[in-house]
Write a protein that binds this ligand. Structure first.
Ligand SMILES: *[C@@H]1O[C@H](CO)[C@@H](O)[C@H](O)[C@H]1NC(C)=O
Length: 434
């Protein structure tokens, strides 16, 4: 079930009709139409890459439509927000521009758009009755936000230098900023992943903060991944964000200190013991539908399963990089497994449309840790396939970032130095050429 086919495409087609027949529509709808045209053009650019002049033609078409989409979104947010605007269309417009921005603007722009989306969801979406379309869009937001947050390490120089550039709804948002990913002293240790999540918690947990099994989740249908896996990623991010504060608090309070180390151990154990089979257990969360669907072509089933397994291995790597900052040498086995699982996914039919963010994430997290020549070679091949496909790193292409990490390790022999350290320093050489 693809949000693009389900929601954005029909809306864009209706808008096209409105524009051509009556020359009237809203800015939000115009933005969605332009986003769809931009995305199609970028897709054509990829598939005509062998022919330089055709590819650059489609690139220009894509960029123009993307500018239009941004322009209309700006007007929509200025003029239409709140005034009986259509909530789902506004959210679709923001997320659409956000997804396409990944290709050309990098992480900061996407993050600002996601914060705008979160503001809209919290102020209008969560209090209201959630229709099916709303729920699909909330899931889309959650997935993009969790993945984006996992590599969101902003260098100070970048934040102060360009931090002011992208302001859309933030002009309107005078209220407190959308909440961060955090865990506080009271929540430490609340990691029971086997209990059912209450209805209202499930519907409103747009950061996947809360452990537990939520039967009504649409995660498997939309993204092909069990929600529990993404919850573990979200909880790792929160832990990393909050650890300095909790460590400071634990200096004066031995209880916090004990709770923190217990929390880390529990999370580590849950990440290791997560398995696709267990997530298929009778009372466990539902597995992705296509794993059960006999009608689905077996090759798709295998690829989809491979994608989930690659994400699980990448999550293990992510945990050890971010939480323990270990030497990359210790996780070469996971790197190898992740990249082997990723390979078949690169040919997946739904790769470009819906799964590219997930697959790019696994690829980057693993490849950046590759330490031997053959794993680096394999990593580079996979990275180059996903370079422009939706990995939210701050600057430059994922492959350039990984190569810079490898080079730094080679020079210094420091195998604990990783992509987070690299992202924390502003490095103009990695600047994206596009
Ligand atoms: C990880 O360890 C390396 C080497 O000891 C160090 O240079 C780096 O700053 C550490 N990174 C983090 C995020 O703690």
């Amino acid at each position: 079930m693809s949000p693009w086919k389900l929601l954005l495409l029909p809306c864009a087609l209706e808008t096209f009709a409105e524009v051509s027949l009556w020359d009237s529509t809203t800015h939000a709808r115009r933005s969605i139409l332009s986003t769809l045209l931009a995305k199609s053009a970028f897709h054509l650019r990829k598939s005509t890459a062998h022919d330089e002049s055709t590819a650059s033609f489609w690139l220009k078409v894509g960029v123009d439509h993307h500018h239009d989409a941004q322009k209309h979104l700006k007007s929509a947010l200025k003029g239409e927000l709140g005034m009986n605007s259509n909530y789902a269309e506004m959210l679709m417009a923001i997320l659409g521009v956000g997804i396409v921005s990944v290709y050309y603007h990098g992480a900061r722009v996407v993050k600002q758009l996601l914060l705008d989306a979160e503001y809209l969801i919290r102020s209008q979406g969560l209090p209201a009755t959630k229709t099916f379309a709303h729920r699909v869009l909330h899931h889309l937001y959650t997935h993009l936000r969790v993945i984006m947050e996992s590599t969101s390490i902003m260098s100070k120089s970048v934040a102060s230098k360009d931090g002011e550039q992208w302001r859309l709804a933030s002009q309107l948002v005078q209220t407190p900023m959308p909440s961060q990913f955090r865990v506080n002293a009271q929540n430490l240790g609340k990691l029971d992943s086997t209990h059912p999540k209450p209805e209202d918690v499930g519907y409103n947990d747009i950061h996947l903060d809360v452990s537990g099994i939520w039967q009504a989740t649409l995660y498997p249908e939309i993204f092909g991944v069990p929600e529990t896996l993404m919850t573990l990623l979200s909880q790792t991010i929160s832990l990393v964000n909050e650890r300095p504060r909790l460590q400071a608090a634990s200096l004066n309070n031995p209880m916090v200190s004990a709770a923190l180390s217990q929390h880390i151990k529990t999370l580590e154990q849950q990440i290791w013991s997560w398995s696709l089979q267990r997530s298929n257990a009778p009372f466990g969360p539902r597995p992705p539908q296509f794993l059960l669907d006999e009608a689905e072509a077996p090759v798709n089933r295998q690829q989809a399963e491979s994608m989930i397994l690659s994400m699980h291995q990448a999550l293990i790597i992510f945990f050890y990089r971010r939480v323990y900052n270990i030497s990359a040498m210790v996780i070469q086995d996971q790197v190898k497994k992740t990249l082997e699982f990723v390979q078949p996914c690169l040919e997946m039919e739904r790769f470009d449309a819906d799964f590219s963010v997930s697959i790019s994430w696994s690829t980057f997290i693993a490849a950046a840790e590759a330490a031997t020549p053959d794993l680096q070679e394999l990593g580079l091949r996979c990275l180059e396939a996903v370079d422009d496909r939706g990995m939210f790193i701050e600057r430059g292409k994922p492959s350039a970032m990984a190569k810079a990490v490898w080079e730094h390790r080679r020079r210094t022999n420091d195998f604990s130095y990783g992509w987070p350290d690299m992202m924390a320093v502003w490095n103009p050489q990695l600047r994206c050429s596009a």
